[in-house]
Design a protein around this ligand. Structure first.
Ligand code: SF4
Length: 129
C-alpha cells in the first residue's frame, strides 16, 4: 500500500466506535487504512525504502516487509482491496501486479509455509501456479 493510494473505502467495522474515539479517529469516517501497520511508513524513496527494497528482490528485506503485513490487523482487507482495484505493489503481504494477479517473480522468496499461512488469511489458495 502506498500513501498516495489510501483511497477511502467502506469496510466492516472491526473495532467499536468507542475504541476509535479513544484513538482520535472519527468512527463515521473510519476506513480500514486507519488500522494499517504500515501507516506512516515512508514510501517512494523514504528512509525505509518501503517498496523499492521489495521490488529489488532483496529476500531479507522482503521477509521483513512480509512480517509487517502478516501481523497487520487489516491484512486481508488490504490484499483484497489491491486485487479488486488492480493496485500494483505490496498489499496484504502479497506483491500484486497492476492486473490484480499475484506477482510470481516478486513473491518468489516466499516459502510453501508462507503460502499456506496466506491461504489461511485469505481463505483460498494464493500461491501463483
Ligand atoms: S497488510 Fe501490509 S501493506 Fe496492507 S495495510 Fe497492513 S502493513 Fe500496510
Amino acid at each position: 500500500m502506498t500513501a498516495a493510494n489510501t483511497k477511502s473505502c467502506t469496510w466492516t467495522r472491526i473495532v467499536s466506535d468507542s475504541v476509535a474515539n479513544q484513538l482520535g479517529i472519527d468512527p463515521e469516517r473510519m476506513v480500514w487504512q486507519d488500522w494499517a501497520s504500515c501507516k506512516g511508513y515512508p514510501v517512494d524513496g523514504g528512509a525505509h525504502e518501503f517498496f523499492e527494497g521489495y521490488e529489488r528482490g532483496d529476500a531479507a528485506f522482503c521477509r521483513t516487509m512480509d512480517s509487517l503485513c502478516n501481523s497487520c490487523p487489516v491484512q486481508k482487507l488490504c490484499g483484497e482491496y489491491a486485487q479488486s482495484q488492480k493496485e500494483e505493489g505490496l498489499w496484504g503481504g502479497i506483491y500484486w501486479t497492476a492486473t490484480g494477479r499475484v506477482d510470481k517473480k516478486k513473491n518468489e522468496h516466499k516459502t510453501d509455509e508462507d503460502w499456506k499461512n496466506l491461504a489461511k488469511v485469505y481463505g483460498r489458495r494464493m500461491k501463483p501456479q
